[in-house]
Ligand binder design. Structure first.
Ligand SMILES: Cc1cc2nc3c(=O)[nH]c(=O)nc-3n(C[C@H](O)[C@H](O)[C@H](O)COP(=O)(O)OP(=O)(O)OC[C@H]3O[C@@H](n4cnc5c(N)ncnc54)[C@H](O)[C@@H]3O)c2cc1C
Length: 445
């Protein structure tokens, strides 16, 4: 998700494969990957190099995209978690780099149990927080903690394929013990004068020597970015914890960087992000640029692309947008869906559509769904407004009106279905009572 608070817990897999499904080496659903190598990157981060167990190639991911794992944690069943691919695309394997969360179920399982040779179930790369295919402006990559994973992927790609691109990579971590991939990143900048790398240690230890491993002590703030990076022209990519994003994204906007040039991702749920930083939505794509964010000394308009508009609509709370894959598992659940149905994104992703269909209607629904997937033809594909009862998380029924759009790959094969749903319960109830009144009046007459 570009220019947006890419904050979800898309812990459900994009099982249909999307673009990756039709690319060479692409796949749909889960595929077995062998952990070929485990590398300890710091006291808290371990990298896992994943190679397809079937010996085939992998489709190239876009630098910044993530994979979804189905972690079979003993006693917990299959748990879905997403991890950004931390290397550049090269067609043979992927690398993910995972921080061990002290209370985290899957990250602890990966760190403590998963060894070389373990086979993990993996869904294809997905996500829109990506480096443009042909960057036209300087790029500034800014990461905090494990937020370095998309940045290292992007930096590797730039170093190997676009070394002439002006690139600044600024990473912030606590100290030398938590600093992952430091040497690797410095190596990427070596001999490439257009790539500048700066590392901040927020609390260096006595043994952390400035100039060796880190460059700056303390906090990274917008002022530093203003002084050291080309704010008037660069695209900014940020990933890190909430306070880090809140300070830097707001700071960049206040300094006049248009929203269309600020791209950020958060490794957690939208709920958590908005709870701590409600203004995040104002800085989302399509949102009006804050008053202070007028272009500095220029007249660069904030571009509104189709992509930005799509993102803004998807991030809205008004209508529910629910996308399901061929099998009817939910692969996209927007804030509107959360508002209308009560399930959070984390709860809904990867679940069957059954969670919002009243039990008595499921048989008929699935019959139509399967037929539509198989034939690529929907009786309702031309914008017809459908009315059906739906199910809220707390079990009460709601009245819905919705339209559907079939999603197809390049060969015309159905990959999923997108539904835009509106809660019309109040209207429905009103109509019911009006009808009753009319019937009563007619009865009297
Ligand atoms: C797009 C995206 C990309 C990501 N990329 C990466 C990546 O590259 N590397 C990476 O390490 N992570 C990444 N993540 C995060 C990752 O998906 C997991 O969320 C993370 O590993 C934690 O999962 P877990 O199962 O270990 O923790 P969970 O068990 O899901 O717990 C999550 C957090 O909540 C806390 N918690 C758990 N239970 C409770 C409770 N009862 N009360 C209070 N707090 C609790 C835990 O301490 C933990 O910090 C990414 C997330 C997203 C959305």
């Amino acid at each position: 998700m570009v220019n947006a608070p890419q904050a979800q817990e898309p812990q459900g897999a994009v099982q249909s494969g999307g673009e990756a499904g039709s690319a060479p080496g692409g796949w749909s659903g889960w595929r077995g990957f062998v952990v070929e190598r485990r590398v300890r990157e710091s006291d808290t981060i371990v990298s896992f190099h994943l190679r397809p167990a079937d010996g085939g190639p992998v489709p190239p991911h876009r630098p910044g995209q993530y994979l979804t794992l189905l972690a079979e944690v003993p006693g917990k069943g299959g748990l879905k978690r997403t991890y950004t691919v931390s290397c550049a695309p090269h067609g043979e394997s992927y690398r993910i780099s995972v921080k061990r969360e002290p209370e985290g179920t899957v990250s602890r399982w990966l760190h403590d149990t998963v060894s070389e040779g373990t086979v993990l179930k993996v869904a294809p790369p997905a996500g829109e927080f990506v480096l443009p295919a042909e960057p036209e402006r300087p790029v500034v990559l800014v990461s905090g903690g494990v937020g370095l994973t998309p940045m290292v992927s992007m930096l590797e790609h730039i170093a190997h394929h676009q070394p002439g691109l002006e690139t600044h990579y600024v990473h912030v971590t606590t100290d030398g013990s938590t600093h992952a991939m430091g040497e690797h990143v410095r190596g990427l900048a070596e001999g490439r004068p257009n790539i500048a790398v700066t590392t901040f240690y927020s609390r260096p230890r006595p043994q952390d020597v400035p100039g060796q491993g880190f460059d700056e002590a303390g906090r990274l703030g917008p002022d530093w970015l203003r002084a050291h990076t080309p704010m008037a022209e660069a695209d900014y990519f940020l990933c890190g914890p909430i306070p880090f994003l809140r300070d830097l994204v707001s700071g960049l906007a206040e300094a006049g960087v248009p929203a269309g040039r600020i791209h950020y991702e958060f490794f957690g749920s939208m709920d958590r992000l908005l709870e701590a930083w409600p203004e995040a939505l104002d800085l989302a794509p399509g949102a009006a640029a804050p008053a202070a964010a007028g272009p500095r000394g220029g007249s660069e308009p904030a571009a509104i692309s189709r992509h930005d508009i799509a993102e803004a609509l998807l991030n809205a709370q008004s209508d529910a947008v629910v996308v399901s894959d061929r099998e009817g598992f939910i692969v996209l659940w927007n804030p509107g869906a959360e508002r209308i149905f009560g399930f959070t994104e984390a709860e809904a992703m990867g679940q069957s559509l059954d969670i919002i269909i009243p039990e008595g209607l499921r048989g008929r629904h699935w019959e139509g769904y399967r037929e539509t997937v198989a034939t690529g033809q929907s009786r309702y594909g031309a914008g017809d407004l459908l009315s059906v009862p739906g199910l809220h998380k707390d079990g009460h029924r709601i009245s819905l009106e919705f339209t559907i759009v079939l999603l197809k790959d390049g060969a015309g094969v159905v990959t999923g279905m997108a539904s835009v749903l509106r809660d019309v319960t109040a209207h429905f109830e009103q109509m019911k009572s009006l009808r009753k009144k009319v019937a009563e009046l007619e009865g009297r007459g």
